[in-house]
Design a protein around this ligand. Sequence first.
Ligand code: ASP
Length: 334
Amino acid sequence: MKNILVLYTGGTIGMDYAEGGLRPVPGLLPSLLERFHRPDLTLQVIEYPRLIDSSAITLEHWQQLVGDLVQHYPHHDGFVVIHGTDTMAYTASLLAFALPGLAKPVVVTGSQLPLVHPRSDGWSNLADALEAACQPELNEVVIAFDRLLLRGSRARKLDASGFRGFGSPNAPLLGEFGIDTHWHRQHWLAPSGEFAPVTPREVVVSCHFLMPGAMPSLIGKALEAQATGAAILMSYGNGNAPEDPVLLAGIRAATARGIDIVNLTQVVHGAVEVGAYAASGPLAEAGVISGADMTPEAALAKLTVMLSMDIDRNERRKRLTMAMAGEADFGGHH
Ligand code: ASP
């Protein structure tokens, strides 16, 4: 007998057609879930009082989700979080970092078409998510979507109109749901130490997308003005940026004020590799930390959780160059 808790936050999957477009309908999804009842499966559903389009996700929602997962953790074999697709990769990443030492599956899913649509992808996504949530060796936060099982801390929304909404461009699949289920267990994370959840706090993480033209110095000025928190710099290619004096001065000033800046590539596939090109050197010299092949979603989650912990800056900078939730391959480039 498996005992699975479903946390239903909102998203297209449980919406119905109404005037003005699709809208979440309280009670609809829990009643449709009846279809999954089997003698060897107990499903308990928590439907949140305010079902949201996931574009409206906030820190409070994440705090609630973490709190509920922690509270119910001992009583269930696995968890399914039902969520809109827009910010699903952000929430999956946040949970991956906020639940270190997780030793049970937390499976995030949703759909592109609502369950009430005759061709909804929601039924298969839910079925696959429930199956993953019953795997005792799965010790991590994952996304089950369009027959794929993806590491939460590696997942990205890659298609806003097709059923194949998600991928993990820099990490292997953790499973594939065909006529047979293929669990790629060789890629699953091993359980790591004690379960030590972290409640995310209100922190400032800014993100800056480099573009030719005025952006380098605009970003430099924004970093110069940022008072606290951390920042993400989305640079070119293998982590390259122009040698713009205002940008570099902003990075130096922010870093000196205790603001850690993580360098990610704008490119979907591949990694920041400091030293591959001379153009990545000045950023590193100014104090930017290489985020290797981490996704922007994972970087936001990691920085949010790191800033929510009572650790000092040295420890934080150390952890920013280590994989904490399978989120990146830091190799030798520290
Ligand atoms: N806008 C919706 C949401 O993220 C999209 C979806 O669920 O597919 O809630």
